[in-house]
Ligand binder design. Sequence first.
Ligand code: GLA
Length: 637
Amino acid sequence: MFPARFAKAILSLTAASVLSVTPVMAQSLDLEPTGQWSANTNGRAPVPPMGWNSWNAFYSDIDETKVLASAQILVDSGLAELGYRYVNIDDGWWMKRRQSDGRMVIRTDKFPSANIGPDDLTSFRPLTDRLHAMGLKAGIYSDIGRNSCGQVYTPHFANQPEGSLAEREVGLHGHVDKDIRLYFEEWGFDFIKVDACGIRGLGADTKHVTSGNYREFKPLIEMGALGRTDIAKVRELYTEVDEALQRYNPDGDYVYSLCLWGSADVRAWGKDMGNMSRTSDDITSNWSRMLTNLDTASTRALYAHPGSWNDPDMLFIGAGDFDSNHMTEARSHFALWAILNAPLIIGYDLRKATPEQMALFGNAEIVALNQDPAGHQAVLAHQSGDLQIFVKTLSTGEKGLVLFNRGLVPFNAILTAGHLKLRDDVTITLTSLWDGEKTEFRGEQRLQLAPRETLIYKVSGERVLADGLYLSEQPGNVNPAEDGVVVPQHDPFIHRTAWHSRGPGDHPQYGGWGGAQADRTPFGEPLRVGGKPFDTGLGVLGNSRLEVQNHGYKSFTAEVGIDDTAVNRNAPVIFEVYGDGRLLTRSGPKAFGEATEKMVVSVEGVRLIELVARVQSDAKDAGATLPVTWGNAALTK
Ligand code: GLA
C-alpha cells in the first residue's frame, strides 16, 4: 500500500519542482550556561504515552464504530488499566473547513455522533465524552501546513476533505489559534499529532498546484536534502502550535506529538517543545522498514527525557512481517520499542487480535520497563554484525536488557558484565520478561538467539560504580542543549529501505549525524582519549553544552579530553563545569593526543549541572570535526 502511495506522490512532482528555501545556515552556538533545564516539561508525558491509533489499522478508512470497538477492547482486556489510554484518530476525520467562520467540519457520515446542529455544525465532544467516560484519553490529528498528508501524497484516499479549494484547506496553517481552541477547549481532546506534508509537497511546480487542486505552499522541508530545508521556519510554525496548546490547556493535560519524520533537524529542537517526536518516515509492516525506524531512535538516548520522547512511529504488530504467523518478529518489534522508551501506540484492529497478540501488548513486565519513572532510554551497549545489545537503567537501580538478532541466521552472543556496567566477580541474575526464567552467571554468559529473535530481561547484580550513576546510565537526566552540530547532516548509519525500487534508492534521510551519544563518540566510535579507551562516558562535539539534572548527588567526576577520532587536531578545548549557572571548575586547554585531565567537583545542593566544552578557535565550525569525551563522567554520593 505504501510503496504505491509514495510512488504516485513522487511521480506527481515534476522535474522542475525545485525548492527555493533559505538554505540551512551554520547554527549559532549557545554555550552560555543558564542554570535551567531546557528540554520540554510541558504537557503530560512523564513516561512515554501509550494507546491506540487508527492509522496502521485502517489508514484513512475510519469511522466511529471502528474507533470505539478498539477503545472498548482496550478497556475490557485490561490494556487500558496497564497504560494504553490514548485513543487517537488519525487522518480521515475531516470533511472541510466551513467558510463562514473557518470552523472545522467533521465527516458525520463516518462519525454520526459529531452531528450536533444545522449549517455543518459538528463536534467531537460526544465522542471524547464517551472515551473519557470509559477512562480513556482522546487524540486528534492535523497538519502544520494548509493540507494533510493524505491530500498531498495519496491520490486515491478514503475520506478526503471535500468542497472548494479553500474548504479543503484543513491544516493548521493560518488557523492555529482557532483550531487548537476548538480541538482542546471545545472538543476536549487530550492529544494532537501534527503532521507536516502540507509544508513539504506543494511546491509551485507540483501537479497538485499546477492543476489548481491545492494552493502552493513554498516547501520548507526536503526530506532528502537538509540543506534545502528551512529549519528555523519549521521550528517557528511548531512553536506557534506549542504556545496555543499551552493557552487552551490550562491544566497542562495534553500531549503534543510532532510528526516531522526526522526532517528539519527536529532531533535538535523537537525535545524542547514536543512530548514525542517522530524520528523517521512511516513504519510499514515490513521487517526492513522496522529496522530503519529502530535505527533512527537507537543512538539518540540523550535526546529523550521525561516529557520529550523519541518516536520511531507506531507499532505495526498484527500485520505483514509482524502478523500472527510471525510472532518472533512481533515480539522483537515490541521489546525494542519498549526498551527504547518509544510511545507504545498499538496500530491494529483489536477486534482481530489473537490471544497471543493480546498477551504481547499486555506483557506487564515489558510495559513496566517502558514506563519506568526514571525515564532513561536504553543505550546501545554493543553492536556488530547482526547483534545489538541495549541496556536501560531502571529507577530501582536494576537494568533492562535486550539482545536483538537483526539477521536471518542464529547468533551465539556473549553477554558480559561490562555491557551491563555490573561487577564481573559477583553473580548477575537475568530474569526473562518473556517467561520469567532466570539465568545466573559471573563475568560472561553465552546466549543463543534465533533469527530475528529478541531476548529481553530484567537484570540485577552489583554495580561497578557502587555509590552513583554514570551519566551514560542516566540519559533521561542529560540534555544536549547545544550539541555542537553546526551544519546538520543526515545520519548515514541508518538501515536503508525505500518505498519502491525505481531509481538509485534512498540515500540517508534522517538528520542527526554528529549528535551527542552515551558511551560513544558523536560519530558512533568507542571513546578514546590519548590512547586510553573509555567504556563509559559521554561523546559530544566541541563547542557544546550538556545540561545534567542532579537528583541529590554530591560529587561530579570525569576524565576529559579531545577524542582520538578528532579530525580537527589543531584547536585545544577547555572543559567547564557549572552548577546552577555558576562556574565550578575549568580544565586547562587540552590538546589533541594529550591524556585526559581528571575533574572532581562538589555538586552538593546543585540542581542543574552544565558541562561546556569550548574550542579555542575563532573558526565557527572548529568543533564540528572535533569530538570531545567526558570519560567515566559520573555523579556519586
Ligand atoms: C503521514 C504520517 C503517518 C500518518 C499519515 C496520514 O504519513 O507520518 O503517521 O499520520 O501521514 O496521512
